[in-house]
Design a protein. Structure first.
Length: 123
């Protein structure tokens, strides 16, 4: 329970901390915890699908992992979004997913949309 106030204060600090107007590289927080591997699978279904794995690179289990696939057109605009549930992933483990898409567009972007940390596990 002590982690929540600390996380809140850290988030507040990030919001009010002065930053320069120059270019900044932004890394979403979930990229520190996950690796996503995927490929297009058009062999078994009438519609194209994406199949892949979410790997948990963190020391805590993650629960209720959800991914989001964005289909982009040639100009980079999102033309469709498909959410999917992966489930729970243990520390150092991985879990597969498969999502059907209406189209593959010019490009696909796959991200972890939501997750929760589980309780720490003994080594």
């Amino acid at each position: 329970m002590r982690e929540r106030p600390a996380a809140f204060l850290l988030g507040l600090l990030v919001l009010i901390w002065p930053t320069s107007a120059g270019s900044q590289m932004q890394v979403s927080s979930e990229e520190r915890f996950f690796r996503i591997e995927w490929q297009i699978d058009a062999a078994e279904a009438a519609r194209p699908a994406i199949v892949g794995f979410v790997s948990n690179q963190y020391r805590y289990p993650v629960q209720r992992v959800q991914v989001l696939v964005q289909v982009l057109d040639e100009t980079g605009q999102v033309i469709h979004e498909t959410p999917g549930t992966v489930g729970d992933v243990p520390p150092g483990g991985r879990r597969g997913f498969r999502l059907e898409l209406p189209d593959v567009g010019a490009r696909l972007v796959v991200t972890v949309q939501a997750f929760e940390f589980g309780a720490a596990q003994a080594p």
